[in-house]
Design a protein around this ligand. Structure first.
Ligand SMILES: C[S@@+](CC[C@H](N)C(=O)[O-])C[C@H]1O[C@@H](n2cnc3c(N)ncnc32)[C@H](O)[C@@H]1O
Length: 326
C-alpha cells in the first residue's frame, strides 16, 4: 500500500519554502497537467479520474474533515499501484485556495460537481459559481482549459448557464465522458432529480484581473505600527475583547491576547467579503513591531503584505484614536 501523503494541511502550502519557490512542481515534479476539483466530497470522482491520467496532477479541496478522511481512504485504494500519488487533497476554502495557490493560467480543468446549491435567494451570494467568481475561474485556467460544472438544482443550473453564456471568457464545449457517479449524483439519480451538466472552455482574453503577477510573499513579514507608543501595549492588555475593525476591505478580529516574553500573542481572524474567515495568530512586540506568531502563517499567500499593511494601519488608527483606552 502506498504510504505517500495524500491529505495536506494548509501549512504544507502556506508555510513551506519549497512550495513558495516552486509551487505545484514541488509536490508533483514534472507533471504534465494540473487539475482542481472544488468540493470533492468523498473523492469518488478523483479516485476514478486520477489513475487514468497518472502523468497529470490532481488537487481536491473540501471544508469538512470527515469527508476528507473518507476521500483519503478511497484515493489511497484507487492509487495503490502508483509509486507516487498524483493527487493531493486539503481542507480549505476553495476560493481562497484557487486565488492564492494557483498561478494564473495554471489549470487544465476546474471541476465543480454538485456544489451546495444555496436554495434561498438571500443565500445565493454564497454559491461558488457566480458573476464575481467567473473571472477568477477564467484567470486560473489555461487558454483552452475547461470548467466542468454539474448540478442537480435547476435554478442554480440556469443561473450558471446564463452567466457562462453571457461571459466573454468562456465558450460552451462538449461535456466529457465521465464514467463514475459521485455520492451526490447517486443520491439525486435515485430521486430522479434532473441533472444539468455544463462544460465550458476558457477563451483567450487579455483583460483579466489578477493575472500575470503571481508572487508568493515570504512568511516572515514584520511591520511596525507607525504611531506606536509604549502606553498602547498597556491599553491592549486592558482592552475588552474581541477587538473588531475593518480596513481597506479586510475585516479583522483580535481575541484576548496571551502575554508572552516576545509580546502579546493574539488569536487573529481575517475575512474578506464573500469568503470564509481565516485564522492565524498575531504577535505584537513591546516595540510596536507586529508579525505572524511563530508556528502560524497567513494563508493569503500572494496578498500577505496587503493584509498585514491593512491590519497594521487599522490597529494603528484605532490605538491612535484611543479606541481601546478604558
Ligand atoms: C453537495 S456536496 C458534493 C460533493 C461531491 N462533489 C459529490 O458530488 O458527491 C458539496 C461539497 O462541497 C463542499 N464545500 C462547500 N463549500 C466549500 C468551499 N467553500 N470550499 C471547499 N469545499 C466546499 C462541501 O463540504 C461538500 O462536501
Amino acid at each position: 500500500m502506498n504510504t505517500e501523503p495524500l491529505l495536506y494541511t494548509a501549512e504544507a502550502f502556506f508555510d513551506d519554502p519549497d512550495f513558495l519557490i516552486s509551487g505545484w512542481e514541488s509536490l508533483f515534479p514534472g507533471h504534465s497537467g494540473l487539475n482542481f476539483e472544488i468540493g470533492m466530497g468523498y473523492g469518488h470522482f478523483l479516485a476514478w479520474l486520477a489513475p487514468r491520467f497518472p502523468a497529470q496532477a490532481f488537487v481536491g479541496v473540501d471544508i469538512v474533515s470527515k469527508v476528507l478522511r473518507g476521500a483519503e481512504q478511497r484515493l489511497r485504494r484507487a492509487l495503490a499501484s502508483q509509486a507516487r500519488p498524483n493527487v493531493c487533497i486539503s481542507k480549505q476554502d476553495a476560493l481562497m485556495m484557487l486565488r492564492e495557490l494557483f498561478p494564473p493560467a495554471s489549470l487544465d480543468h476546474l471541476y465543480i460537481l454538485f456544489p451546495d446549491p444555496w436554495f434561498k435567494e438571500r443565500h445565493e451570494h454564497r454559491r461558488i459559481l457566480r458573476e464575481d467568481t467567473l473571472p477568477l475561474f477564467a484567470s486560473r485556467l489555461k487558454t483552452g482549459g475547461k470548467l466542468i460544472f454539474v448540478t442537480d438544482d435547476p435554478p442554480y443550473g440556469e443561473s450558471a448557464l446564463a452567466l457562462l453564456n453571457a461571459s466573454p471568457l468562456f465558450d460552451a464545449t462538449a461535456f466529457p465522458e465521465i464514467d463514475v457517479r459521485t455520492k451526490y449524483e447517486k443520491k439525486w439519480l435515485q430521486q430522479a432529480k434532473p441533472i444539468q451538466r455544463l462544460a465550458y472552455v476558457r477563451l483567450p482574453q487579455a483583460e483579466l484581473p489578477d493575472t500575470g503577477h503571481w508572487r508568493p510573499c515570504p512568511c516572515d513579514l514584520c511591520l511596525p505600527l507607525s504611531d506606536w507608543q509604549p502606553a498602547f501595549f498597556e491599553a491592549l492588555q486592558q482592552a475588552s475583547y474581541p477587538l473588531q475593525f475593518a480596513h481597506q476591505g479586510w475585516y479583522f478580529k483580535l481575541h484576548q491576547p496571551e502575554v508572552t516574553p516576545a509580546g502579546l500573542s493574539f488569536p487573529l481572524v481575517i475575512a474578506e467579503p464573500r469568503s470564509l474567515a481565516q485564522h492565524s495568530r498575531l504577535l505584537l512586540q513591546p516595540d510596536g513591531q507586529m508579525r505572524i506568531a511563530e508556528g502560524h502563517w497567513l494563508p493569503y499567500l500572494q496578498r500577505r503584505e496587503q493584509v498585514m499593511q491593512a491590519l497594521a494601519a487599522g490597529l494603528n488608527h484605532n490605538l491612535k484614536e484611543g479606541a481601546y483606552a478604558r
